[in-house]
Ligand binder design. Structure first.
Ligand SMILES: *Cc1c(COP(=O)(O)O)cnc(C)c1O
Length: 411
């Protein structure tokens, strides 16, 4: 009886959401109403360990007290000024973000896609102003299986038909090469190439880690050809992969760095494009902007979000616990799990043909109190908040193991 009643309560919310909301998502049927740290609860009071972290936007955990306090304090003062005026939060937040990432200047935006658009606009202008590419001839190279967001320009260079189908014509000026293939980049560059934009680990593609040395090689190729390297660290940044940014794994630096997701501390959309002063200065007055970008509430939240990463050593923690978690995942039955990959606490397992579609495992994990999401058909990403402990990873792995055993027994 109890479970029938529970089902009804969640079902009401699900039905209403479906009735009034465009159907561009297929959520796992957990109706969440509360979160704290690594845990979330549904409307029926069932508790789950969050192993998605809103696609790595909740690296600091749900409702981190320090970030919530910073937001509350700021809400009691001022929340939105527009960039028509200065505000007392933006300068110190941009300084903190630049110092955290080792960049010189930042353009504040809100969503990841806006940071990407900012990076692309900046690269084109840099191409015309500094590289002296002929007007309207600039080319930007991207990688196959990329995910950079949902604007009409960005989906135009996606190779996933679900993402771009029906949204043409694509914005011109983009060229797609295979991911992880430095030679392909070398061959694709022309005198009109202004930038190569790539994720250091492809998150949405299924946590695809490029061959070792790839970042170093593409860095060198971009430098040799006077092409900007744009790294999209919207998902991989802010301690997710065991370093502040994934580019540190190979000791390289991008010319333009794109950040978002965890910069908002799980509260609020905060994103940015960062670069050297020479590059960012092409965004002259009036050439770009955002009504909410750089708003004092977002700045206060973003600053607290970075403070938490530093104070709690989340990059080191992510590296150590990620290795521990990965070793455990590697013990899953090889007759259904064909691959375990990732860095830090950005991990994924991929099922083989016998294991079949990932969704049934996801649903079995949900029943046992762990939330994860399949990406593409055969892969599940595990990316818990970085405030997770070793004991909690043991607990998560127990659920993952049991759920896989349960489904495997039915194959
Ligand atoms: C999520 C994501 C984006 C887009 O961010 P939004 O905030 O959803 O616009 C861009 N790039 C990468 C790598 C992402 O993971």
């Amino acid at each position: 009886m109890e479970s029938a009643k529970e089902l009804t309560k969640s079902q009401e919310y699900i039905d209403r959401e479906k009735e009034w909301t465009s159907p561009n998502y297929t959520p796992i049927p957990a109706v969440l109403s509360k979160g704290e740290g690594i845990w979330v609860w549904d409307v029926d009071g069932k508790k789950y360990l969050d192993c998605l972290s809103s696609y790595s936007a909740v690296n600091q955990g749900h409702r981190h007290p320090k970030i919530i306090q910073a937001a509350k304090d700021q809400m009691d003062r001022i929340t939105l000024t527009s960039r028509a005026f200065f505000n007392d939060q933006l300068g110190s937040f941009m300084q903190k973000l630049c110092e955290y990432s080792g960049m010189e200047m930042a353009c504040p935006m809100n969503t990841g896609a806006e940071a990407v658009e900012t990076g692309l606009k900046t690269a084109r202008r840099w191409g015309y102003y500094h590289k002296k590419v002929e007007e309207n001839k600039a080319e930007i190279i991207v990688a196959a299986e990329n995910f950079h967001g949902r604007t009409i320009t960005i989906v135009g260079f996606s190779t996933d038909p679900d993402t771009h189908g029906g949204f043409g014509p694509a914005t011109p000026g983009f060229k797609i090469i295979p991911f992880g293939d430095a030679q392909a980049l070398k061959e694709a560059i022309t005198p009109n190439t202004v930038a190569f934009m790539v994720e250091p680990i492809q998150g949405e593609a299924g946590v695809i880690v490029p061959p070792e040395g790839y970042l170093k090689e593409i860095r060198q190729i971009c430098t040799d050809n006077n092409v900007l390297l744009i790294l999209d660290e919207i998902q991989t940044g802010f301690a997710r992969t065991g370093k502040r940014f994934a580019f540190e794994h190979e000791n390289v630096k991008p010319d333009i760095l794109l950040v978002g997701k965890a910069l908002g501390g799980g509260l609020f959309p905060v994103s940015a494009a960062l670069g050297s002063k020479e590059i960012m200065n092409v965004l002259s007055s009036g050439s770009h902007g955002s009504t909410f970008g750089g708003n004092p509430l977002g700045c206060a939240i973003g600053a607290a979000a970075i403070d938490v990463l530093l104070e709690e050593n989340l990059a080191e923690k992510s590296g150590e616990l990620g290795e521990y978690f990965k070793e455990k995942l590697e013990t899953l039955p090889k007759d259904v799990v064909m691959d375990v990959r990732g860095k830090g606490l950005l991990l994924a397992i991929q099922f083989n043909d016998r294991g079949g579609a990932a969704k049934k495992y996801v649903l079995a994990m949900k029943e046992r109190g762990l939330l994860a999401k399949q990406t593409h058909v055969h892969t599940i990403r595990f990316a818990p908040p970085l405030v997770i402990t070793k004991e909690e990873i043991d607990y998560a792995f127990g659920i993952i193991q049991e759920a896989i055993e349960e489904v495997r027994a039915t194959l």
